[in-house]
Design a protein around this ligand. Structure first.
Ligand code: CA
Length: 215
């Protein structure tokens, strides 16, 4: 059964959500502040995150932005209290999948959750490479991978440009820095090493053009 992370600082609402979703058969875990949400949200075991906006420590918008920036693809459904919060979810490029305004009916919330889980195949949960910029870590299928500072920058460059072809010159600019002199052969060697460490990672070599992180 799907596992849901509830991020909500008001204990009564959190408990109500928890009970309701457990009754529906979901596995549920809770977090009560922004920093906890940022940490737990990166765990690959969750299929969906219910994210309150007004939270102690760090607001839901920042949490969402951080999670997306580090490559987390878990669906995020915002719980927003006020209309302007809802507008922000709609208007900003936060990477949220849906939102629901408080007060909401449990029935509507359940329907939204079901809809989200249907469109998200289990295998699309965070797999492959993610980069946690707060912690300075590269992960492969949720497992931390030991990388050099340069490999970290390379991994970050690929994650930020997922699905996009990067020429060796672009990679040098982005990962090494614009004025670095390094041969294309050396770039290839570093990518070979990174690929080896991230077994299963889809860094595709595009003949004569560069590299692309698929997925
Ligand atoms: Ca709140």
């Amino acid at each position: 059964m799907a596992r849901i992370l509830i991020v909500e600082d008001e204990p009564e609402i959190a408990r109500m959500l928890e009970d309701d979703l457990r009754l529906e058969g979901y596995e549920v875990e809770t977090a009560a502040d922004g920093p906890a949400a940022s940490t737990l949200g990166r765990e690959p075991r969750f299929d969906l995150i219910l994210l309150d906006v007004m939270l102690p420590g760090k607001d839901g918008f920042d949490v969402c932005r951080e999670l997306r920036k580090s490559g987390v693809t878990t669906p995020i459904l915002f719980l927003t209290a006020r209309t302007h919060e809802a507008e922000k979810v709609l208007g900003l490029d936060l990477g949220a999948d849906d939102y629901i305004t408080k007060p909401f009916s449990p029935r509507e919330l359940r329907a939204r959750i079901r809809a989200r889980l249907r469109t998200q195949p289990k295998s699309a949960a965070p797999s492959g490479i993610t980069v946690d910029e707060d912690r300075g870590e590269v992960r492969c299928d949720g497992q931390r991978v030991d990388v050099t500072p340069l490999e970290y920058k390379l991994a970050l460059t690929f994650v930020r440009n997922r699905g996009r072809l990067l020429s060796r010159n672009q990679l040098i600019d982005l990962a090494w820095g614009r004025d670095t002199y390094i041969t294309e052969r050396a770039v290839d060697a570093h990518i070979v090493n990174l690929r080896r460490k991230l077994a299963g990672l889809e860094i595709v070599s595009v003949r004569g053009m560069g590299y692309r992180l698929d997925g």
